[in-house]
Design a protein around this ligand. Structure first.
Ligand code: ZN
Length: 278
């Protein structure tokens, strides 16, 4: 399949990148990504994936846009306040790049449908705001054997980890169980600088594009910590835990069961961006 004249023009600065080229661009056209959360992290991630020409983007989020989202959730605009975030994001993405097929899902990732939904995409990026969703996304990725880019941001810092199931550590290898409710502050309580969410969300898109193109070195077994106050990145080396409940040698989580307490939601925070304590 050749590129149209318009596509050559649209992707010109990307096509001449040696790591991309026409072949890489066609790989991106064929690719699909599920973005979990259309908030502070999902916003930049979705825009860069759309701009790059990823063929199909699913976006799942159950919230509506509020005025307090807009300092960091750059896929939305003032006129979208009160609308579902996925509708607002789909509209903006289509305006940015009509080549992209957007699949808005106005819901939260739930155990009953997570496996079937994620099965339809090449990889997932998780910018969700709560631990039940994060653990569910992690477990689904491992059960399905699909890559997952995990991230979080809070205050002026954040973190990113790419999970390649059974090739490297998953979220549970690092944090076997979710923290107790209220043990970790949410963005609603603690806040986040919009530019920090931008850096972290952009890194999510970057990791996803590398995986789709098959280039570079993913953040596997490397927990990237963004120290925004010093503008410093540092890494914590990880390794897969053979005793991990989901990706270990004798996993106890082999299927996504709705009664797993790790997936039970406490009342969802209205804001999107809580981070993991590290
Ligand atoms: Zn694991």
């Amino acid at each position: 399949m050749g590129l149209s004249k318009q596509q050559v023009e649209r992707y010109a600065r990307q096509l001449i990148v040696p790591e991309v080229g026409v072949r890489g661009q066609q790989q991106l056209f064929q690719a699909s990504v599920l973005i979990i959360g259309a908030g502070g992290l999902g916003s930049p991630a979705s825009l860069y994936l759309a701009g790059a020409g990823v063929g199909r983007l699913g976006i799942i989020d159950s919230d509506v846009v509020s005025l307090g989202n807009l300092h960091r959730q750059i896929v939305h605009a003032t006129q979208h306040v009160g609308q579902p975030k996925v509708a607002s994001a789909a509209q903006r993405i289509t305006q940015l790049n009509p080549d992209v097929v957007v699949e808005p899902i106005h819901d939260r990732l739930r155990p009953a449908m997570a496996q079937e939904l994620c099965q339809r995409y090449d990889l997932m990026v998780d910018g969700s705001d709560n631990f039940p969703t994060r653990y569910l996304a992690n477990d689904v990725a491992v059960v399905l054997g699909k890559p997952l880019v995990h991230a979080g941001a809070i205050h002026v810092g954040g973190q990113v980890l790419t999970v390649l199931p059974r090739q490297g550590a998953c979220l549970r290898c690092v944090f076997p169980e979710p923290p107790l409710p209220d043990a970790i502050p949410t963005c609603q309580a603690a806040g986040v600088l919009g530019s920090v969410a931008g850096v972290v969300g952009t890194l999510m898109a970057h990791e996803a594009l590398k995986l789709l193109l098959g280039i570079g070195e993913p953040l596997v077994n490397r927990f990237l910590i963004i120290e925004g106050a010093a503008s410093r990145f540092r890494e914590v080396a990880l390794r897969r835990d053979p005793a991990c409940a989901v990706c270990g040698d004798h996993p106890t989580i082999r299927d996504i069961l709705a009664d797993n307490p790790d997936y039970q939601s406490s009342p969802a925070p209205a804001e999107v961006c809580s981070g993991l304590a590290v």
